[in-house]
Design a protein around this ligand. Sequence first.
Ligand code: PEP
Length: 248
Amino acid sequence: MRKPLVAGNWKLNGTLASNRQWASAVSPPPSVDVVVCPPAVYLPQMLDVLQGTQVLVGSQDASEHGSGAFTGEIAASMLDELGVNYVIVGHSERRSLFAESDQRVAAKFTAVAQAQLTPILCVGETEEEREAGQTEAVVQRQLSAVFDVADKGLWQNAVIAYEPVWAIGTGRTATPEMAQAVHKTIRDMLTEALGEDSAQQVRLLYGGSVKPDNAKALFEQNDIDGGLVGGASLKAEDFMAIVAAAEE
Ligand code: PEP
């Protein structure tokens, strides 16, 4: 049995005041794991205001390096020191806008998992790739880069978010059947790489314009264990409605 997980990715949004208000309005049920990923500068604030609640805190990124001359970067061990539990790696915006390669994402995954944090590894195809029938090949390439460097033990708590790029921030959501088909393919790839038992433990989130009105149908699919939510996570009320949709 995989416990549902709903993670909010705030991207480049928030203020000290609005963050505090959000935190006071979010109280998830114990049957769902809930994570919020604010901009890095707000991590200490969110860890503070969410202390003692069910909401865990995640980072939107981490460096693949542990320390050194990497101006602007944040090491996984530093996030761990703060009390952060989850780290998104390989979000499509980082891959496309900041030119993160599959290999760099794989190195980040490894660094995060080695620091005992839970990586949320994002994979997914662009619209062009889907239209060219390359969805499976793209996801396989993105996952293989990680299988190549991260041994089985590092997958123990890992989470994968399938986020079709054409559905992120566009209001266009994959249908539950489309999303389930890719999730099943990912589960099969995990089984081949890690074995049945480990593959069954990895939580697979869907991301891409998840909203209160489409979340339930998505989360009901066999291999969809929750969601990675961008825009709709900014409003506490919408985020809570999505969390409620993940309740069993
Ligand atoms: C995301 O940022 O990971 C995301 C899925 O965004 P949105 O929900 O806004 O499409």
